[in-house]
Each structure stands twice: as structure tokens, then as C-alpha cells.
Write a protein that binds this ligand. Structure first.
Ligand code: HOZ
Length: 431
């Protein structure tokens, strides 16, 4: 596969952008090789600057649930753009998107649009601290909630991929307020609450973890978090930046029937443009300025192009059968991989739900970050490189998940699994 042009651009980028990328997860840090510079996308495919074609399971890290350059989304964005790109003033579009989200997500009575998932989690955390008058927060190892100071400790995604220790630059007085527990370990949560219960403002959790690979909650875990928060007067924050409108309409909280106090959304709700949101109980959201004293703001918050893209995306997802289609794509990939792995004799465990899937080179089960980190990194690296060479674009790290789209067709999945057979055979030879 020719990669000359990507190599040249990467070298040029590194002279002006740290690491040559605008987000560390793009750098191919743990898998080696040159990150592909993408020129264009259509449906489930992307093409790089060397003319190579790939079936894409990254989907811009989640937002592109309808595929690249979806005509309905482009039409909505063009229509909004023809009227101007940003006003820094209220628009009707942002009310429509907020109403659609409120009606879909069980715990949201009011919400605020922001521009990134990081802003959403940062703002939800501030609100939780203000509302409870407490400073400590509890998070889970391997969960990633954006690059918020207090939440970088033990984070998944790029932090785990690059093996970055906690975070230089976060004052220790700040980091000391973050308590960590292993994902799916309710006993660890209970003992943290026994020790610091009166000081804990909130638990923040990915209700299905998608930043240490894909790790679903064990039965009863989310319910136990809810009960713990209720017992000690802490708030429960679901980070649904990945699961929101991707696991299903209404997200993980609808799927599992557990209501958080606050919810963070991103990715899908922006339809491929920069939009995110946080929301929850009306009394809590009423504390946000200008209704209340908790300050949070943004020049491009509720940007009309992003609102139009988000609305158009949610309209596509509201159509009958959309989530069944996404679920079938994810399940086909994971069941196909499992079957191949058994035939080839390489340990592999998988999980899928809605438009999300994941796999580990591990006997399984994988229920927390320690187990995820115990999977075979060299096998993942070999598998990833072989898939890429064969035109299948997966996230370049074992600490990420795969994203299905409405644009993946059975023939794309067949091609993916043909490539996976070759890649798994190569991975199996890695000891
Ligand atoms: N949150 C995504 C990683 N799991 C992608 C965003 C990024 O870090 O670039």
C-alpha cells in the first residue's frame, strides 16, 4: 500500500503541530506506522491522500453514525450555512435540538449545548460540586471523560494508549480530590463512600465503557451506583458522549432503566460538527447561569451548523429500524470475529451493543481496565496493521471501541471479515 503522501504530510505536520496531530489518539502511537491523512469520505468509506480506500469503523470517533457525507445531513448544513455560520445569539434550531434530546433521554429535563464532550463533562462536574457543596469526585479506572483536569487520572483512550501517568500540569491539590475505583467493582465504590461519603459530590461513569476497549457494565452495577449516590446525597453523572443516541434512542440510561442526575452527550448529537450537551434534573440545571450562579459559557455553543447537523442525524435515527440495523452491523462483526478466532485458535473476546462493538485478544471476560490491559498488545498491533493494509480502518489502539454506521452494508461486512481472517491468522502467530 502506498503511503508516501501521508508520510510527507505527517513530517510537515510535526514541524508545526505537536506530534503532527490535533488529538493524540490520531497519532498511531501504539500501533506504529504512519497515520493516514484523509482526503474524503462517502458512506462507510474514506480515502486517504495516497488514493487508498478504507471501510471505516472509526466514524470520526463516533459522530458519523449515518456515514460520511450523508446527503440529508449535508443538505441541512447547507441550508443553515446559507443563512450565516454563527451569530452568538439564540436561534430556533438550538431549541429544536434541545427539545428532541429532552424528549428522548429519560433523565433530561433541561440541557445546555456546548461544543465538545470535554466541555460537557467539565461543566457537569462543576455543577455537581456547586449543587452539593462538596469537592471530591469518584471516577473509574479506564473511563475517559475528555481532558478535564480532575478526570485525567487513570483515564482510558489516548491517556492509556500513550501510557501517560496521571497528568502533569494538574495541581496535586486538585488531583487529590479525585477518587478512583475499578470499573464494575461496587465494593470498591462502597468502601470509598464509607471513607469519604460526606465529601463526594458525584460519581461520573461511562454507563458502557468505550475508552478501554468496549466494556459493558455487569448486571446491577449501574443500579448500585444509583443507590450509593442516593444513600450519601451525591449526584450520579452518566457520561453518554459515546453511548448517547448510539446504543439506542435515549442512550444507556433508557437501555438499563437507571436515571442519572446529570448526563453528558457529544459525538452523535453534533452529527459530525462540533456540538455536545449536558443536562439533567430541572432543579440542578436551574443553577446554571444566567438562571443561577454556576458559570459556563461559549462563543460557538449552539452553533447553527452543528445544530442542523445534529437534528438531521437524530431524524435519521428516529426512523423505524435504524437501531436494529446498527445492532445487526455490530453483531455481525463481533460474531464473525469470534467464529474466525475459534477456527484459527486465537483467544479473543468480543462485545457489542447498538452501534458499538469491541474485541480483546484475551480469553475474557474483560470487566475492568486491569483485565483490558492484560489483553495481548502485540497481537492487536499485528491485527490492526494487517486490517489497515487490507483497507479496513479501525481505531489505532486496543483502548478504543468500534463504531457501526447506517452506511455499512452486508458486502462491507463480508469484506471486513475476509480481511479479519487474514489478520487474525497473522495475529495468532505473534507469541
Ligand atoms: N474520545 C475519543 C477517544 N475515545 C476521541 C476523541 C479524541 O480523543 O480525539
Amino acid at each position: 500500500m502506498k503511503t508516501e503522501r501521508s508520510k510527507q504530510l505527517f513530517a510537515r505536520a510535526k514541524r508545526v503541530i505537536p506530534g503532527g496531530v490535533n488529538s493524540p489518539v490520531r497519532a498511531f502511537g501504539s500501533v506504529g506506522g504512519v497515520p493516514r491523512f484523509i482526503e474524503r469520505g462517502k458512506g462507510c468509506r474514506v480515502w486517504d491522500v495516497d488514493g487508498n480506500e478504507y471501510i471505516d469503523f472509526v466514524g470520526s470517533w463516533g459522530p458519523l453514525i449515518a456515514g460520511h457525507a450523508n446527503p440529508a445531513i449535508l443538505k441541512a448544513v447547507r441550508s443553515a450555512m446559507s443563512k450565516g455560520t454563527s451569530f452568538g445569539a439564540p436561534t430556533e434550531l438550538e431549541i429544536s435540538l434541545a427539545e428532541t434530546i429532552r424528549d428522548a433521554v429519560p433523565s433530561i429535563q433541561k440541557l445546555r449545548m456546548v461544543s465538545s464532550g470535554t466541555e460537557a463533562t467539565m461543566s457537569a462536574l462543576r455543577l455537581a460540586r456547586a449543587a452539593t457543596g462538596r469537592d471530591r469526585v469518584l471516577k473509574f479506572e479506564g473511563c475517559y471523560h475528555g481532558h478535564v483536569d480532575a478526570l485525567l487520572l487513570g483515564a482510558g483512550s489516548g491517556v492509556a494508549t500513550l501510557g501517560i501517568p496521571g497528568s502533569p500540569g494538574v495541581p496535586s491539590s486538585y488531583a487529590n480530590l479525585t477518587i478512583q475505583a475499578p470499573y464494575n467493582d461496587i465494593e470498591a465504590v462502597r468502601s470509598a463512600f464509607q471513607k469519604w461519603g460526606e465529601q463526594i459530590a458525584c460519581i461520573i461513569v461511562e454507563p458502557m465503557a468505550g475508552n478501554m476497549g468496549f466494556v459493558p457494565p455487569v448486571a446491577g452495577f449501574l443500579e448500585a451506583l444509583r443507590a450509593c449516590c442516593d444513600e450519601y446525597g451525591a449526584l450520579l453523572i452518566f457520561d453518554e458522549v459515546i453511548t448517547g443516541f448510539r446504543l439506542g434512542w435515549g442512550g444507556a440510561q433508557k437501555h438499563f432503566g437507571v436515571k442519572p442526575d446529570l448526563t453528558c452527550l457529544g459525538k452523535v448529537v453534533g452529527g459530525g460538527l462540533p456540538a455536545a450537551a449536558y443536562g439533567g434534573r430541572g432543579d440542578l440545571m436551574g443553577q446554571i447561569a444566567p438562571e443561577g450562579p454556576v458559570y459556563q459559557a461559549g462563543t460557538l455553543s449552539g452553533n447553527p451548523l452543528a445544530m442542523a447537523a445534529g437534528l438531521a442525524t437524530l431524524e435519521l435515527l428516529a426512523k423505524p429500524g435504524a437501531y436494529e440495523q446498527l445492532g445487526a452491523v455490530s453483531a455481525r462483526i463481533t460474531s464473525g470475529l469470534e467464529q474466525l478466532a475459534v477456527e484459527i485458535g486465537v483467544p479473543l473476546c468480543t462485545a457489542s451493543a447498538g452501534g458499538i462493538f469491541g474485541f480483546f485478544f484475551h480469553e475474557g471476560p474483560v470487566t475492568n481496565f486491569t483485565e483490558a490491559a492484560d489483553a495481548h498488545p502485540a497481537r492487536f498491533k499485528r491485527f490492526f496493521s494487517s486490517m489497515l493494509e487490507q483497507g479496513i480502518y479501525l481505531a489505532p489502539s486496543p483502548y478504543e471501541c468500534g463504531f457501526a454506521s447506517l452506511a455499512h452494508r452486508p458486502r462491507d461486512l463480508n469484506r471486513t471479515l475476509e480481511a479479519a481472517q487474514v489478520a487474525l491468522e497473522k495475529a495468532a502467530r505473534v507469541r
